[in-house]
Design a protein around this ligand. Structure first.
Ligand SMILES: [Zn+2]
Length: 218
C-alpha cells in the first residue's frame, strides 16, 4: 500500500512541468526570491500521500545538522514538529541559538540591516502555489506556511537568509541574464537548505535548478 502511495507522490513531485518546480521569481522585482511549495490537490489520495511524506521527512530530519543543532540548543524541551514562535524577538533568539543560523545572520550578514517581516496569518500566493518566505529589497518576509513547525520556520528562514547573502555578496558577479541569475540564486538557496535540513523537498528543488544553470555554479 505504501508502495502505491509513494509511487503516486513521487510522480507528482518529479513529473515534467510540475507547477511546484517553477519558482516564479520573474513576476516580482529582480530582488524577489522566494521559497514555495506546491498546493496540494484536495483529494484523499494526495492528503494521505503528503502525510506519508511528512512522516518520512520527520524520520530523516533527525539526522540533519538542523536537528542536531536544535537538540543541542533545546534538548527535549522543544521538538522540530512543535508550533514555532511568531514574533521578531523570538525568531531572533532562535537564530542566535542555532550555530549555522547564528553564523550566517549574526556574523556573515551582520550590519546589513535586513528587516524581518512576519505574516503568520497570511498565505503568500504566487502562480500555482503558495510562498513560505520571500526576500525582496532588504526585507525578509515569512508567511503562514513557515509557521507550521520549528522545522518549517528554520528551513525557510535559512533559505531566505541565503538569498540575502547571495544578493549582498554574490549576485553582482553572476551573468546578466535575469532568469539565469534567479535560477542560480534558487539553486544555491536550496543547496544550502538541503545541506542543513536534509529535506527531500529542498533536494528535489536543488536538483531542478541545478540543470538550468552552468556547471561552474554547481
Ligand atoms: Zn528561494
Amino acid at each position: 500500500m505504501f508502495g502505491s502511495i509513494s509511487g503516486a507522490l513521487s510522480a507528482e513531485l518529479t513529473g515534467e512541468g510540475g507547477a511546484l518546480r517553477k519558482c516564479p521569481v520573474d513576476i516580482f522585482s529582480e530582488r524577489a526570491s522566494m521559497r514555495r511549495e506546491s498546493q496540494g490537490a484536495a483529494t484523499g489520495m494526495t492528503v494521505s500521500a503528503l502525510n506519508h511524506v511528512a512522516h518520512r521527512m520527520s524520520i530523516k530530519i533527525i539526522t540533519s545538522t538542523m536537528a542536531h543543532e536544535f537538540e543541542e540548543a533545546y534538548g527535549t524541551t522543544k521538538s522540530l514538529n512543535d508550533a514555532p514562535p511568531a514574533t521578531v524577538d523570538e525568531i531572533q533568539r532562535l537564530t542566535d541559538d542555532l550555530p549555522t543560523l547564528n553564523d550566517l545572520v549574526n556574523d556573515k550578514l551582520s550590519g546589513q540591516n535586513i528587516k524581518l517581516s512576519l505574516r503568520p496569518n497570511i498565505v503568500g500566493k504566487s502562480g500555482g502555489g503558495y510562498i513560505q518566505g520571500l526576500f525582496a529589497q532588504g526585507t525578509l518576509t515569512l508567511f503562514k506556511g513557515a509557521f507550521r513547525s520549528y522545522g518549517d520556520l528554520i528551513s525557510t528562514l535559512y533559505h531566505e537568509y541565503n538569498h540575502a547573502y547571495n544578493m549582498i555578496f554574490l549576485r553582482r558577479n553572476w551573468p546578466t541574464n535575469l532568469k539565469l541569475r534567479d535560477n542560480i540564486d534558487e539553486y544555491l538557496a536550496y543547496k544550502a537548505e538541503y545541506g542543513y535540513t536534509s529535506s527531500t523537498f529542498a533536494k528535489s528543488q536543488m536538483n531542478y535548478y541545478k540543470q538550468l544553470i552552468p556547471s561552474n555554479y554547481h
